[in-house]
Structures are given as structure tokens and as C-alpha cells.
Design a protein. Structure first.
Length: 344
């Protein structure tokens, strides 16, 4: 408009042309001053959270040098943007729930400052947040809704019933363990009470094996992972248990105080469908064996070689059709008979 006024000598165009140029200049300067010193930050809760559990998220918006002409805070976890008005800092707290386990990367929040006419716009963003959604721990029940004292109670042997054979490693001292197990050189050197873990301890503990092969759906795999996690917590609190995950060549022991459980819980959250069978390491043991399979079908060959006194196959079942010795996380566990084995 200003070029047209200068070219054709139209004096009536000078005033609106200069007014529009001033408006654009003022808008750009206003947005620049409102952005200077402004910031958007996010503070999340713990780095890991169970499925369907509330995870707190705090949004903090610091204003710039002047009051912003307008704008919005875009948070991907919220249904709609939050308007940004006023010269004061803003702090909002929301609770987020995740439906499925796995690793999640939360996209950055964006603070967009702009004038009402859209002539100038600037954006600020926060950092991304990574979080691990853990499989949910569910109760282990019989089909009629009762407890599992008779079924799984026999699988969890108390510490006093474990025979002491040969030392295998050291672990934190458990209340009630015989004083003869205390490793006094470690106590004298570090001041931490440690006890000897015996070979018979691990061999007598219940063993949970997760088999993620050929699941019919993602939901079936998720239910199998939840069942394995729930069984581990249920058995560990009653005397301890062991867990074999895909790729493991040795079982991981979980004591009654669940010291090793947080790391294993995170590994369970990251389990994906796999075509490889779990390595049947240390299957030849006297403790009860729980083979949790994501796919339906015949029992895996590893169960036929197991020397466990009790063996259970745990598989996902359709809703409302749970039948077996116990049910957990949409899966049913049924006992398997012993397979006759020829002596060498």
C-alpha cells in the first residue's frame, strides 16, 4: 500500500499504510519482549509407573518481560491447549494414566506466544520425558474368587525348610535366617550384614518362566506379562521365588523383601513378542514351576523335563472362561501331570 501511494501519488493511502506498518512493528516487538525470559518446564513423577496408576505431571510457565498479547500452552497429554494470559507465573498439575506397559516418550510441551492478529508468533518448548510403564500387579485368585493358600501356598517354602548345602553367593541378610549363614568377613570389612546364599536355596524356590512366543494379540502378551509379574510378587512375599525372562541363561532370585524386584519389573515392562523359546536354564530343580505362555497350544518341551514337584501352565483365556487351579490377570493356571522319564 505504501509502494502504491509513492508510485501513483495517492496521498490517501499513506495513513493506512503507515498505520499497518506500525501495527506489525509493535506486534513483533510485543511478542519479542513477552518471549524474552519466558520459559516452560515440566516436572514428571517417578521414572516408572504401573499401568492405570496415576502419574503426576507439573507444568510451569514463567512469563517474559511484559504481559503476553495472547497465546496457548500445548501439552500433548491434555485434550485441549491451555490459554496463556496475565503477567504472573502459572503452575498446573495433572494426573496421567497409561493403559499399556512399555517405554513411553512424552513429546515436549510447547508455549506459543502470538498477537491476536497473528502477525508475530514465537514458540518455546520443554524437554521430552521418558517413562517406563510397568505391568500391573493383580491378585491371584481361585475361579470362585477365593484366595490361593492351598494352591500356591505349597509352592512357597519357608526358609527353615530349605536344606543347607554348599555356598553359592552372598546376599543381604534376611531376618530369621540362621546366624551360621552370616558372612562375617564382609560384615567386618563393610559393616553390612550379608549372608551366604546356598545352592539349595535357589533350587528349592518356585520358578516363574515367561514364554512370549507367538501371542495371538498384544492383549494376550500383556496379560501373560501381568500374570508373570503378579505370580512373582505373590510367591516372593511368601518365601521367595526365581524368574527367567527371554534371553536369560540363569534365573534371577527375588527375596521376600523384593530387593531385586524393581529391576526385574522394568525388564518385564519391555518384553516383546519373540519366536525364541526361553532358555530352560536351571529347570531341573525341586521347587514348583510356573510356565507362563503368551500363546495357546501344547505345553512346551521344557515342562516335560522339569523335575519340579508341582508344575503349572499359565495361559491367557477369554473373559468369563477362566478355568484352572488359579486365575491371575486374565490368565488361568492348570497343573500338569508328571512325565515319566527313563533312568540314564
Amino acid at each position: 500500500m505504501l509502494v502504491a501511494a509513492l508510485t501513483f501519488g495517492a496521498s490517501t493511502l499513506y495513513l493506512p499504510a503507515v498505520a499497518l506498518l506500525l501495527l506489525a512493528t509493535v506486534s513483533a516487538a510485543w511478542v519479542a519482549l513477552a518471549t524474552a525470559g519466558a520459559s516452560v518446564r515440566r516436572q514428571g513423577g517417578p521414572h516408572a509407573v504401573e499401568e492405570e496408576s496415576a502419574w503426576p505431571l507439573v507444568l510451569e510457565v514463567e512469563p517474559g518481560l511484559v504481559r503476553p498479547p495472547g497465546g496457548e500452552l500445548v501439552e500433548p497429554l491434555l485434550d485441549r491447549p491451555l490459554p496463556v494470559t496475565g503477567p504472573r507465573a502459572r503452575r498446573s498439575r495433572v494426573e496421567v494414566r497409561f493403559e499399556r506397559r512399555g517405554r513411553r516418550t512424552l513429546e515436549p510441551a510447547r508455549l506459543a506466544i502470538r498477537d491476536p492478529l497473528g502477525l508475530a508468533r514465537r514458540e518455546l518448548s520443554s524437554t521430552a520425558i521418558e517413562i517406563v510403564v510397568l505391568p500391573r500387579i493383580e491378585p491371584v485368585l481361585t475361579p470362585d474368587g477365593g484366595g490361593t493358600g492351598g494352591v500356591l501356598g505349597r509352592a512357597a517354602r519357608p526358609l527353615a525348610e530349605v536344606a543347607e548345602l554348599e555356598p553359592d553367593a552372598l546376599r543381604p541378610y534376611r531376618p530369621g535366617a540362621p546366624a551360621a549363614r552370616i558372612h562375617w568377613p564382609t560384615v567386618a570389612r563393610t559393616g553390612v550384614v550379608m549372608e551366604r546364599r546356598l545352592v539349595a536355596d535357589a533350587d528349592s524356590l518356585p520358578l516363574v518362566v515367561l514364554d512370549p512366543r507367538r501371542p495371538p494379540s498384544e492383549d494376550a502378551l500383556d496379560r501373560a506379562v501381568r500374570a508373570a509379574a503378579s505370580l512373582c510378587v505373590h510367591l516372593a512375599r511368601r518365601g521367595g521365588c526365581s524368574l527367567i525372562l527371554p534371553g536369560d541363561r540363569r534365573a534371577s532370585e527375588i527375596d521376600p523383601d523384593l530387593h531385586a524386584w524393581p529391576a526385574l519389573h522394568i525388564r518385564l515392562a519391555l518384553v516383546e513378542a519373540d519366536d525364541r523359546a526361553p532358555v530352560p536354564a536351571r529347570v531341573e530343580r525341586a521347587g514348583a514351576l510356573f510356565w507362563v505362555a503368551a500363546g495357546a497350544g501344547a505345553p512346551p518341551p521344557g515342562l516335560a523335563r522339569a523335575a519340579a514337584a508341582e508344575r503349572f501352565l499359565v495361559t491367557p483365556v477369554p473373559t468369563g472362561r477362566a478355568a484352572g487351579s488359579f486365575v491371575v490377570a486374565g490368565c488361568a493356571g492348570r497343573p500338569l501331570g508328571r512325565t515319566s522319564r527313563r533312568a540314564a
